[in-house]
Design a protein around this ligand. Structure first.
Ligand SMILES: NC(=O)c1ccc[n+]([C@@H]2O[C@H](COP(=O)([O-])OP(=O)(O)OC[C@H]3O[C@@H](n4cnc5c(N)ncnc54)[C@H](O)[C@@H]3O)[C@@H](O)[C@H]2O)c1
Length: 446
């Protein structure tokens, strides 16, 4: 049995570590942040993600997964190291690779000969070459494989078990095959693991794709950039639909029916957020410039995306004579998407803060992300414990994240105090909302 160490107990690291442990590997999970490590040691994750806690507690209990902060304990006996450390953006939009190089250096210090170092963190193309230089200067025989991560928060376990593709790229072909073998082993156990996690089994057959190191690095950022472009395109057309009295959902349903285009990621709304798209797009722009390539199209997409929370708030502002000052607005949904507690670059948080800065009295609520959002919300925003509490005296309600709890909530109750309903993800039927006596505001659904 091989021993695996996963570096970084974040969204990706925890998910990968629990799945590798349940696939039959002995797994160490290294996390330097004490608070996170202590929570994980109790068999719980610090974030909400369906199925993760079930897999984490059982793997820790029977000793297959060992959380630690000690490189010297686990790297010497590891055959494969998966690096899942954070790659946040710098203030200028470029990727901050300090964790990537620090973790590679710490690994090199303790690695045995022949170690395979797998980069799952999203890094700019060309990073692997520089990490290899770290290994060379430590005089260690470590082979580097780029294995970009495609999981989505909210469906992380399912995405990893029932993947559409696993990409691995590197100069050492046998190391690339060894990395793909880890996923083959995981695939062979996936239905059993899904049952423990309490998620649906699927019949999906994914592809194993071996590439060069640099191609693998570029696959990841190019994929996210393309999806960001699709979302942004839908939002740009939605603004035109608003102005021209068309319905963006009808438009995109028909546009997406063309198989050359596809319907996915053509939902207009408050724009993308999270720990990936915004920083991956800005990182791509910056890495392009470092090679002398101007990816102007991505800068335009980023600008357009950043405009969406303000665009929606402006639409709400128009509804009130005298504007938003002293208007009571409830923002429902603070996670950047449903199914997660992650609030990084969350459009719901952005809208709540814009409202407070424009003089509105803001209440906010999220079923899973209240605690994580509190730090990012302006001080005058009151975080509530339930939908009922948040909307109890509101003049307007904004559904910023499409949690089932908000989609299934009674429209009549939304209308108890509020007169205006903002559907920031275009998930409601305007007719139903109007029937409940509310003025409906969507994005591109005038
Ligand atoms: N979150 C996602 O949905 C997602 C999806 C695909 C790819 N990615 C990419 O995966 C990477 C990780 O993302 P995340 O969301 O899990 O990040 P995160 O910030 O939640 O977690 C990263 C963890 O790495 C730890 N860390 C920092 N330095 C370390 C070191 N030297 N050794 C060990 N651990 C260290 C941090 O303390 C942190 O807990 C990023 O590059 C991200 O772009 C994320």
């Amino acid at each position: 049995m091989q021993t695996i160490t996963v570096l970084g107990a974040g969204y990706v690291g925890v998910t990968s570590a629990v799945l590798f442990a349940h696939a039959g590997y002995k797994v160490y999970l290294i996390e330097p942040m004490e608070k996170r490590l202590e929570i994980i040691k109790t068999g719980k994750s610090f974030f909400y993600e369906a199925g993760v806690d079930e897999l984490l507690s059982s793997a820790i209990e029977d000793g297959r997964l060992v959380p630690t902060n000690d490189y010297s304990l686990c790297i010497p006996e590891s055959d494969v190291v998966f690096s899942c450390v954070g790659t946040p953006d710098n203030p200028d939009g470029s990727s901050n690779l300090s964790f990537v190089f620090a973790s590679a250096g710490q690994t090199a210090e303790h690695a045995k000969e022949g170690l395979i170092f797998v980069q799952k963190s999203t890094v700019p193309v060309g990073t692997g070459e520089k990490v290899e230089e770290v290994f060379d200067s430590a005089d260690k025989d470590i082979s580097y494989v780029s294995n970009p991560e495609f999981l989505r928060e909210g469906t992380a376990i399912s995405d990893t078990l029932y993947f559409d593709r696993v990409v691995a790229g590197g100069a050492n072909k046998s190391s690339v095959e060894s990395v793909l073998d880890v996923y083959r082993q995981l695939e062979s156990k996936r239905d059993d693991i899904a049952k423990i996690a309490g998620i649906k089994t699927l019949s999906q057959k994914g592809q194993y794709i071996a590439t060069s190191r640099n191609s693998a690095e570029l696959v990841k950022v190019a994929s996210n950039a393309f999806l960001a472009l699709k979302i942004t395109f839908a939002n740009s057309i939605a603004k035109l639909a608003d102005a021209a009295d068309a319905d963006i959902n009808e438009v995109m349903n028909a546009v997406g029916a063309d198989p050359r285009i596809g319907r996915a990621f053509l939902n207009a709304g408050r724009g993308y957020g999270g720990g990936c798209f915004p920083k991956d797009v800005s990182g791509l722009i910056s890495s392009g410039l470092s090679y002398g390539v101007d990816l102007n199209i991505m800068q335009e997409a980023q600008n357009e995306n950043n405009s969406m929370p303000g665009y929606i708030i402006e639409k709400l502002n128009h509804e009130f004579d005298g504007g938003l000052v002293n208007k009571r607005v409830a923002v429902l949904g603070l996670a950047f998407k449903s199914g997660t507690s992650d609030v990084r670059k969350s459009p719901g948080v952005a809208m709540a803060n814009i409202l407070s800065e424009r003089g509105a009295t803001v209440t906010a609520y999220d079923p899973k992300a209240n605690e994580e959002a509190s730090e990012d919300l302006n001080d005058d925003i009151r975080v509530c414990e339930s939908t009922d509490e948040a909307i109890s005296v509101a003049d307007a309600v904004i559904v910023a994240t499409d949690w089932p709890e908000f989609l299934d909530y009674s429209f009549e109750n939304y209308a108890k105090s509020a007169t205006v309903f903002v559907d920031a993800m275009n998930r409601f039927s305007p007719a139903d909302i109007k029937a409940a006596g509310l003025k409906y505001i969507g994005v591109g659904r005038s």
